[in-house]
Design a protein around this ligand. Sequence first.
Ligand SMILES: NC(=O)c1ccc[n+]([C@@H]2O[C@H](COP(=O)([O-])OP(=O)(O)OC[C@H]3O[C@@H](n4cnc5c(N)ncnc54)[C@H](O)[C@@H]3O)[C@@H](O)[C@H]2O)c1
Length: 396
Amino acid sequence: MTSTVSVIGLGYVGLPLAVAAAASGCKVYGLDINLDKIQLLKSGISPVEDISNFEIQSAISGNLKVGSDFSVIENSSIVIICVPTPLDLNRKPNLSFIESAVKSFANSLSKSTLVILESTVQPGTTRDYLVPLISKYSTLTPNEFNVAYSPERIDPANKKWNLKNTPKIVAGVNPTATKQAKDFYSKFVHNVIDCESPEVAELAKLLENTFRYINISFINELSMFCRSFGVEINQVISAASTKPYGFMPFYPSIGVGGHCIPVDPLYLSDKARTLGVQTKFIDLADEINLQLPNFFVKLAKDKIGDLKDKKILVIGVSFKPNVADVRETPAEALIIGLRKQGAQVFWHDDLVKVWKDEKSVAIDQGYDLAIIATAHAYLDLKQIGDTPVIDSRSSR
Ligand SMILES: NC(=O)c1ccc[n+]([C@@H]2O[C@H](COP(=O)([O-])OP(=O)(O)OC[C@H]3O[C@@H](n4cnc5c(N)ncnc54)[C@H](O)[C@@H]3O)[C@@H](O)[C@H]2O)c1
């Protein structure tokens, strides 16, 4: 049977999902409050690296309609929420995007519609927050609609693992919702696994990302040690990686950024605090991560002396290689820290191009120091010439 699906939030998560669902034969409405993005999509241009313009054009000329009119939801049997779940100014979970999304569609929800939450949230959110929220803003009672949680695992710029071949977990607040969600995703995801409850699925997502946060922070701590000790961390990682079991490599950087890895663990620690439980590993990973940009400011001073009026080029400002995403990028704190020391800081990133009203500059040799923050594949680092360099990917 053809499903009619509305995807709310057409970003890194929602857009690939909308395109994949449309390609699988579903009739899809892609909804977003960002009118510029809707305009871009309508003119066949993809705002996301992993989806080509061709894929957008094919989807739009086929089963995908994009817009900002949420009343189309009354024709949808499935509604999927893919809006941001960032931290607020106090670094606490901010669910306001979910609330505003629910407000805009709840009144158009038809009986028996399945609402799936894909945004990363605290454990308990689907059952204890989303279900009451939908019934608060709609005329339906909780037993007249279905709700499931299915966290997105998309890894932008990953050429091997994508929406289709990455196993997807689903869990409804009741068996009907689980089955509906599983049937839907099975149309375009090879392996859909149901969990016992939304709480298990919510926690599984937080476990995955917290695991990365703690391990990347640990490798960055070890990298700081290796700089003092005079050993190249990458040689240590390569040597340890020869062990065929029980070890997984992580690599040094100027810190963890993006909308997920440095954010999601704080959703978990915040929930733990409400239960009086400590999450010391998360707190420590966060502390190490937040101090890293300043560590690199200190390294810059150690390398070229007083930074006042020194010209410094930061290379790569997105949060990870080969994407243009600058959310929570550690490059921001690095640049602020260098400028506080009086340095004239410029940055180069051809993927980001314009950021905070500044433009990417060309890489040349007119700098006192270059700091490689994020090494995109396109970069030709030979252009730095014999400018002194700090490479965040190495401990030398
Ligand atoms: N980016 C990733 O790699 C990734 C991976 C897994 C999970 N997630 C999670 O998925 C969720 C979405 O992340 P993202 O990276 O796609 O965010 P994004 O910022 O790329 O996209 C979110 C989109 O939602 C839109 N939006 C905001 N409020 C809206 C509303 N009320 N109605 C309609 N549209 C609205 C925004 O305009 C934006 O286009 C987050 O919870 C994130 O933690 C992200």
